[in-house]
Ligand binder design. Sequence first.
Ligand code: AMP
Ligand code: GLY
Length: 431
Amino acid sequence: MMRILILGSGGRECTFAWKLAKELPKENIFITPGNAGTAAYGTNLNLSILDFEAIGKFCLDNAIDTLLPGGEDSLVAGIRNYFESNENLKHIYVFGPDKTGALLEGSKEFAKKFMAKYGIPTAKYQSFIKGEETEAKAFLKTMNPPYVIKADGLAAGKGVVIPETLTEAENCVDEMLGGQFGQASSTIVIEEFLKGIEVSFFAITDGKDYLLMPEAKDYKRIGEKDTGPNTGGMGAVSPVSFVDETFKNKVIEQVVKPTMTGLQNEPFGYRGFVFFGLINVEGNPFVIEYNCRMGDPETEVVLPRLKNSLSEIINKAKNGTFSEIVPQLDERFCTTVMLVAGGYPGDYEKGKTIEIGSVTNSIVYHAGTKITDGKLQSNGGRVIAVSSFGETMNEALDKSYSSIKNIHFDGMFYRKDIGKDLQSKFIRCKG
Ligand code: AMP
Ligand code: GLY
């Protein structure tokens, strides 16, 4: 039976562990570093997700056969390459792309070139390197405001700037190419601004076939009505009301299928999750970004809706029988509301005592939590995600909001308007 090590410490990894704990004995599940929630589903370790040597040694000493990286950092740093190139470790199956495949997320320019090559709809763009400031500014003059300027590499979610004026955009070019994000902004991408509503799709793939998971919408801004600074995500809903059959079919035909063809065609042997960050522009999908992992908090609403066994999916990818999988999705709505520390995404305090009373109608996924001296405490900006099912989105949201009344920590904050923008449209897309 599978013995799996999950890398990460967020709500996403807690959801993976929760799902796997339904399928595997607790003794077979390990999480590093994990959080107070994952400890209920497996064993937390104290290894850095970037210390490949220590992870490899632990896997060998504990007969781990599968690694599931939650976030992009270890994938972009090449954890799969590390395992595959080591004689003692290569039997361990890393369920994620290698270093090159992970560039789909790790380099905006790489992703743009991939989309151009496979005819996938995305915003028009050009990329520039240090020394090409003049050309970059000339390109800006050919565009209409607002301007979209992106650092090529990973910049902790801060690498996309959308200035309203040309002067601000020009300054941004100078700052980024001047080293604002170090190596990550030594190349920049300038692209056309797309106006529409964002929605995320997710696929799991073995590199040949794919399984499309439910779509989700996340709420990135800290403030209600999408105001204030960006966060890691304040809540999510799935399914998404404006994703009707027509739009979904366009996503499959114009985005998912050509992406999968491309991933099969490229020599890097992609496998794992593909996260399609899309924007719906007047009924047509455009790719804003790819991620080489699941989203957080989207995982907290997508994974509960996946009825298939996750360990079986991974096993079938490993042994070449992935195409046998028949996707089974829960038709109900799932919503999650993220409880965050006061001050987040700016400065915030950790170490607040968390009280969780009786929660029977929701699933409590831990994110930034830890146990200190036997007490549950906050340990990050995003602290707990409260997910619920409902026959309607409102029923699910009502359950999440009512469960939250039984959870408390000093400074706790959450958005009270998750899903509110979708209220007027209740078209339901089955499947
Ligand atoms: P990214 O890191 O590429 O997902 O960009 C972060 C956010 O910037 C996205 O979630 C969008 O809200 C916004 N964004 C990125 N690219 C564009 C674009 N071309 N047009 C409009 N908004 C964009
Ligand atoms: N919630 C967005 C992300 O995981 O990137």
